[in-house]
Design a protein around this ligand. Structure first.
Ligand code: NIG
Ligand code: FE
Length: 408
């Protein structure tokens, strides 16, 4: 079944055409098969009139923590009254997550995915990290895998009462073995109060040996070794990047590691934003993501993150939209999403606005009118079904899982 979308006021492609006006897009099944001037659009089985709306690639939210119980609204209120964010509240969420049933966790995460889809996210990465035991981490990833293929085993913090060395042994041994069948990525919170550089290297290296590709929470709360470690291990992304030295920026610029910025976290913790201009001007590839989690950033909205990036981080609106689409795809090492080009997945967002500029110009306004995910039209709050998960043993010739030709 093919579909032609006509009457597109502005088409933001992230491809050679850059931004087209009076454009059309043709979708066949789950793929984009044609883009160009509306006057030359070929016929298709069905037609959708965009009525002058702007059309963008679906947002790629490459960093979210959606498997959790409870909430931390009181912690947020205390912060707004002057308490600092330390990450200490992670333990509150760990207790609530362990106490929750599978169905409770599944329902919460499913609602957040639906919420994100309604705001234009067509790909969402989901991390574990609020279980911290072998069974609770494996359970978190099993549930995450029901919603997306972009699942990440996150070594988040060392639980109270553990010798750090013993806990790293547990993470790299039985926990990794239980998590790996459901995970594509391995991540570690390398920061003040969490894992140090050596522990993080041990965990990411063990994860890579188990077929998971590294990514890392780095330099959020303080300067540290995380970004350098990301580059050393060719991690797909270094996430947060709030406290960077010149050497960190230079290392990122000379690497294929994406700097994923999460301005929702700085907003919700009232912290200084990362210096996006410094990264972009140095030639670093930047992604934007929500970091959706109950502690530091309880938003599922990529449009909100785009608005923050423009207003608070001095990204241009075009840079911010690119980072929220193509940048996210690069952070997930995906070439089939994040662009409106022939052969890409038919993941599109129609805005109730004539231009992508309105995402930052009209902050807080629900501008996402229609979402096309895998070529299927979804209404404002509809949640389309996830694609079937890849077999857990589906690995490429380099022994890495994922980089699927087909995937969520
Ligand atoms: O990415 N920084 C570490 N982890 C999460 C926050 C976790 C929490 O506070 O619950 C983050 O911001
Ligand atoms: Fe995070």
């Amino acid at each position: 079944m093919s579909l032609v979308i006509t009457g597109i006021g502005e088409l933001f492609t992230n491809g050679p055409d850059d931004i087209l006006s009076d454009a059309a897009v043709v979708v066949d099944g789950d793929r984009i098969v044609w883009t160009g001037p509306a006057a030359h659009a070929p016929a298709a089985d069905e037609r959708l009139d965009a009525a002058g709306r702007a059309v963008l690639p679906g947002f790629v939210d490459s960093h979210a923590h959606l498997i959790f119980g409870g909430d931390r609204a009181a912690e947020f209120a205390a912060r707004m009254a002057g308490e600092p964010y330390t990450g200490g509240g992670i333990r509150t969420t760990v207790a609530a997550t362990r106490a929750a049933s599978d169905d409770e966790l599944r329902t919460r995460a499913g609602r957040l995915v639906a919420e994100a889809r309604g705001q234009g996210s067509t790909t969402i990465e989901i991390k574990s990290g609020y279980g911290l035991t072998v069974d609770d981490e494996a359970r978190s990833l099993r549930l995450a895998r029901e919603l997306t293929e972009e699942t990440t085993f996150l070594a988040h913090v060392i639980p109270a009462g553990y010798d750090p060395g013993d806990y790293v042994d547990l993470v790299t041994g039985p926990m990794l073995a239980a998590a790996a069948p459901y995970a594509k990525w391995v991540d570690v919170f390398c920061d003040r109060g969490a894992f140090d550089g050596d522990q993080a290297r041990t965990i990411l290296t063990a994860g890579a040996k188990a077929g998971l590709h590294p990514r890392i929470h780095a330099n959020q709360l303080a300067a540290g070794p995380g970004v350098q470690l990301a580059v050393e291990l060719s991690a797909a992304s270094a996430d947060h990047c709030t406290h960077l030295s010149d050497a960190d920026v230079a290392a990122l610029a000379g690497s294929d590691t994406v700097a994923t910025l999460l301005p929702g976290a700085e907003f919700s913790t009232r912290s200084p934003y990362p210096d996006a201009r410094r990264l972009l001007d140095a030639g670093v590839t930047v992604a934007l993501a929500t970091d959706c989690n109950p502690g530091s950033s309880y938003t599922s909205s990529m449009p909100f993150c785009i608005a923050l990036a423009v207003r608070e981080m001095r990204m241009t609106p075009a840079e911010a939209v690119r980072a929220a689409t193509l940048g996210g795809a690069q952070a997930l090492r995906r070439t089939d999403i994040g662009t409106i080009t022939v052969g890409a997945r038919a993941d599109l967002v129609l805005l109730d606005a004539p231009s992508y500029l309105h995402l930052a110009y009209r902050p807080g306004v629900p501008l996402v009118h229609t979402v096309l995910h895998d070529g299927v039209l979804a209404g404002m709050t509809a949640c389309t079904e996830p694609r079937p998960a890849q077999p857990a043993d589906g690995r490429d010739s380099e022994g890495q899982k994922g980089m699927p030709k087909e995937g969520t």
